[in-house]
Design a protein around this ligand. Sequence first.
Ligand code: AMP
Length: 228
Amino acid sequence: MSDRIYLVLLGAPGAGKGTQAQLLEEKLGIPQVSTGEIFRYNLKNQTELGQLAQSYYDKGELVPDEVTIRMVEARLAQEDAAQGAILDGFPRNLIQAQALDEMTAAHGGIDVVPMFQLEDDVVTLRITGRRVCRNCDRVYHLTFNPPRGENCDSCGGALYQRNDDKPETVQNRLYVYYKQTSPLIGYYFAKGLLEVVDGAKSIAEMQEQLLKRLASRNIEAAKSAVSA
Ligand code: AMP
């Protein structure tokens, strides 16, 4: 029985998963669970987990599965995820995907896997132009989604470029994506869960496209968001 909604957003880094997950969170009433963001929080606060993740993160490599899986398990057990979650950046390989299947099995498993399709050169442009608020983690793009002024529109915090968004790391992140994460496209396709969406569209168009696809897959909250 599916008493919780679990969405997995797939696609290369920079394809727009985080931006869309933030918007979906409000419409569907379930939280975005971004492993990248959890790592960034831990790096910023220099926790034990942050120290462990640092060297992998800075090179654009995957943090070891055992650590990452345990972290997601703990996050999904939190109260705000009692109706489900929008997974953004997890799973990133087959071992993580199998672990997520096990974690969600008692609640009907994963419902839909939107896959954001985008050309590599656009991905690179998107990543290198990205800026993040140091205070509230809101994400901007200097060209496609600029802040009104120099600082964050939501909280006035300073914006910065992630270490791993610098051009020298981006190539490696794409390599890691193709080598380790892209096999998940086949994995979820075979389960009948994949919905390919056009990642080159505007933020608003993508959101509309996503909600329609989710509605067609009987996600009730998406149906009311589409008709609203
Ligand atoms: P993201 O913000 O999703 O692009 O993630 C930034 C970085 O965090 C990645 O390059 C990895 O170093 C680490 N990371 C995020 N999600 C995962 C994951 N599911 N497994 C391993 N490492 C991850």
